[in-house]
Design a protein around this ligand. Structure first.
Ligand SMILES: [Zn+2]
Ligand SMILES: [Zn+2]
Length: 247
């Protein structure tokens, strides 16, 4: 497969952006082809990305797609395929910054709602083993991690971004135990925002957008694992994203 300048521009942009939504990926595809006067076919984005991925393979990277946990929309992210370390972050952050990120991740992974409060994160800043961070340095760091698209902040609570989850899935699956790593029963991807089965003995979890799609076709909503009636209520997170979409 021939890698044109258009493909290279696409890679460069993804290196900077990290993640784009479907519309942005389509626009970027068109832009890259047009700027370099290469043949552009609107519905050939997938083929275009295949060529890009054949080049990225040697760099242990890949463009992957996944439905966003918030709204089910497809995202395209540049992910690391190499190993289980936080490789892509390590060139941009110091050791103590990475330690605070790891410990933030620990908090998120062990919480019920997949978030960590800013207070809890900032309280860890002066007990880092590598090198302490002042509170204000830690605050700046959190802002940077949000703008770099690793964390998402909502009213003082931090969660992992879609890009982070896609990039660090192997790391997360290796580092955390089965109880902490939740997987969606419909799409089998990691789940951080999800609905749970009403049966306390059942461990089935389903992403909100996956549940919407899955149950839409069913006359009676039953758990795909234990057949218990699926509660007809959605969690707050989902209600919020639904009302945001309706707005
Ligand atoms: Zn899912
Ligand atoms: Zn169940």
């Amino acid at each position: 497969m021939v890698l044109g300048e258009g493909h290279q521009r696409f890679i460069q942009t993804m290196m900077i952006r990290g993640i784009v939504n479907e519309q942005e990926a389509k626009t970027l595809h068109q832009h890259c082809c047009e700027v370099h006067k290469e043949h552009y076919v609107a519905d050939k984005l997938e083929e275009f990305i295949q060529v890009v991925n054949s080049k990225l393979e040697a760099l242990n990277m890949q463009i992957r797609t996944r439905a966003s946990e918030d709204n089910g929309m497809t995202c395209y992210a540049l992910v690391n395929t190499a190993n289980n370390e936080l490789t892509r972050m390590s060139s941009d952050y110091a050791d103590n910054e990475l330690e605070l990120f790891r410990r933030t991740m620990d908090l998120i992974m062990s919480s019920d709602d997949s978030t960590a409060s800013s207070t809890d994160i900032l309280n860890m800043a002066d007990s880092l083993q590598t090198r302490k961070l002042t509170k204000s340095a830690a605050e700046c760091l959190l802002k940077r991690m949000v703008s770099d698209n690793w964390l998402v902040e909502k009213q003082g609570d931090y969660s992992l971004s879609t890009r982070c989850v896609m990039d660090m899935e192997p790391y997360i699956r290796t580092m955390y135990d089965e109880e902490q790593v939740k997987v969606c029963a419909v799409c089998h991807c990691l789940a951080f925002k999800y609905q749970i089965c009403a049966n306390p003995l059942c461990t089935v979890k389903i992403h909100n957008p996956c549940a919407e799609k899955y149950f839409k076709k069913k006359a009676v909503q039953r758990c795909p694992g234990c057949s218990e009636l699926w509660p007809n209520k959605v969690r707050a997170e989902c209600r919020q994203s639904l009302s945001q979409r309706q707005r």
